[in-house]
Ligand binder design. Sequence first.
Ligand SMILES: [Zn+2]
Length: 171
Amino acid sequence: MKILINGIQSNLRFSSAHIIPGHDSCGFIHGHSYFVDIEIEGERAGDFEFVVDFKDIKSYARAICDELDHRLLIPVYNDLIEFKDFDKNKGSIFDLKNNKSVYFKIQDKGYSIPSVDCIFLPLPFTSAEELSKFFAETLAKKLSEDYDNLEYVAVCVNEGIGQGAMYRKDL
Ligand SMILES: [Zn+2]
C-alpha cells in the first residue's frame, strides 16, 4: 500500500536561497519557497497495520526542512565553487560550519558570508533534483532504522508551485 504526504497541507516547507553556479539566470543568489511531497510504499505491518506512522515521516521531514529554512544552501562539491582555506577533497564540511565566515569564489565573483547564514550540503548542486535525492536518501535511512516493511521512499522537492523534481530511493 502507498501513503502520500502533501507538503503544502502538512507544512513541510522551507524558504531558502541558493545559486546554480555557471547557470545563465540561476547563477545569481535567489530564493524559493520550497515544499516537499512524500510518497512511501510498503507492506502494512505492526499493531496498527500502518505502512508507516505519519507522525514519524512528518517529524523527520520537518527536521530537514527546519535545518534548511532561511539559509543560503551551499553545494560544497560543486566544481565551480572554490573555497578559501578549505580543501573540499580533504576537509570536513564541519570545518566550514565551524569557521565564523566562509569565503569562496565562483568564476570571477567573490563571496564572504557568515557561516551561520549558510547550510553546507555534501552535494554538487542545490537543484530540485539534488535536493529531492538528498531528502529521499536521508528519510529512507532514518525510517529504515525503525521499519523493515518499506519498498521505497520517494520525495518531490518543489521550487514553488508548478515545478519540482522527484527522486525514489528503493529499500
Ligand atoms: Zn533556483
